[in-house]
Design a protein around this ligand. Structure first.
Ligand code: CUA
Length: 405
């Protein structure tokens, strides 16, 4: 055998083997991902499962086509290679109607079938249940605001309705109907374990729904570039048992209690009134101003009435509590700077006391210089400014914030 042919044979076989191995490794890596918080391939709710039911067969068909086409290309390249001898040209297929109609019609049929199932999936995802829990979602630079229509009267600021931020608490096993919009630029709402993405467009309401089969924590991330801290605009969904959800609601409906007079927290409350209440609401104490001249507009920043019921803060990029150590059999606090594991409020979620310590170091650092920890354009009322607080003011404010359960 001539040396050139031998080289081609070895080279061809090696290339084919490498491509095949990489392809199989890629498929295994993509599908073995239950531990990755933002995977789209491990559905944890009926809507994400509806998408998975469409995606998985398409992946399968695409994989078969990939193997068949690449196999044929490699085989033909080897079988009909230039042999340096007098072998005549193989018979030519140019102008062969059967083949040409075949390789036009077959892909068209496959795509048509995928289109039918895609439309069916879209229709399923748009259907809304009558007894869904209604939540209004606003994307803001760079955090998420949630308003719950608890009494089901179609308004989000009626009696008993709730406003919260960044962490969406939902009852497991119940559909949550979202009305998504934005107060500034286009964001995109995305909890991959619970459903696909939906853009938050200013001046427009987009409807979406999520549902978690089981209690758990589901991570999300803004997926539309929205400025400096787009990458720091995360979200956390906490799905809890329906009875626990009622406990959560009852606690959220409670206005904030004032700290004991003369305490460090009481001093912090006074600081909060001077420094923070222009933007942050604390129900029962620092209400949303009815008419505030811009640019100081109370309500442009997260509602802090029940801050300590959340496991994270500042667009869910910092842990407010220490997280549960992954894999630990008993509640063991993990690394509070490990943002891939969100802080665990434990019983504080329902207004009780957490089994996990408050991540005071990060909270203090945040108050010391927020733009250093999360890029913002605070001079344009986008993100929290550096207020130049003294250590005394920071101690007082943290003491006050810790009372907001
Ligand atoms: Cu909000 Cu990206």
């Amino acid at each position: 055998m001539p040396r050139r042919s031998l080289f081609l044979k070895v080279f061809g076989t090696a290339s084919f083997t490498i491509v095949a191995v990489l392809y199989v490794a890629l498929i295994v890596a993509v599908f073995r991902n239950d531990d990755k918080p933002l995977t789209t391939l491990a559905p944890k709710g009926v809507n994400a499962q509806t998408i998975q039911n469409l995606v998985a067969p398409v992946f399968g068909v695409a994989g078969v086509i990939f193997v068949a086409v690449f196999g044929a290309v490699l085989y033909i390249a080897w079988r009909f290679r230039d042999r340096d001898d007098d072998t005549p040209m193989p018979s030519q297929v140019h102008g062969n109607s059967v083949l040409e109609v075949g390789w036009t019609a077959l892909p068209a049929l496959i795509l048509a079938a995928i289109a039918v199932f895609t439309v069916i999936t879209i229709i399923k995802l748009e259907q809304r249940s009558d007894d869904a829990l209604a939540v209004r979602v606003y994307g803001q630079q760079w955090w998420w605001s949630y308003q719950y229509d608890i009494d089901g009267d179609g308004s989000y600021d009626g009696q008993g309705d709730i406003t919260t931020a960044n962490e969406l608490v939902i009852p497991a096993g119940r559909e949550v109907s979202l009305t998504i919009s934005s107060h500034d630029v286009i964001h995109s709402f995305w909890i991959p374990a619970l459903n696909g993405k939906k853009d938050a467009v200013p001046g427009m309401d987009s409807y979406w729904k999520i549902e978690a089969d089981q209690p758990g924590v589901y991570m999300g991330q803004c997926t539309e570039f929205c400025g400096l801290s787009h990458a720091n605009m995360r979200m956390v969904v906490r799905a809890v048992e329906p009875a626990q959800f009622d406990d959560w609601v009852a606690n959220q409906q409670r206005p904030a209690r004032s700290p004991e007079p003369g305490s460090l927290a009481a001093a912090g409350e006074a600081q909060f009134g001077n420094l923070c209440a222009q933007c942050h609401v604390v129900n029962g104490k620092f209400e949303k101003a009815k008419e505030t001249p811009p640019p100081l507009l109370s309500g442009v920043a997260p509602d802090l009435t029940h801050l300590m019921t959340r496991g994270t803060f500042a667009g869910s990029i910092f842990n407010l509590y220490y997280p549960q150590q992954p894999g630990a059999p008993v509640p063991t606090p993990g690394d509070p700077t490990d943002v891939s594991t969100p802080g665990d409020p434990g019983d504080a979620l329902f207004g009780g006391t957490s089994a996990y310590p408050v991540n005071r170091v990060t909270l203090e650092a945040w108050l010391r210089n927020p733009p250093a920890m999360k890029p913002a354009a605070a001079t344009q009322q986008r993100g929290m400014p550096n207020l130049g607080l003294s250590e005394q003011q920071i101690d007082e404010l943290v003491a006050y914030l810790e009372t907001l359960k």
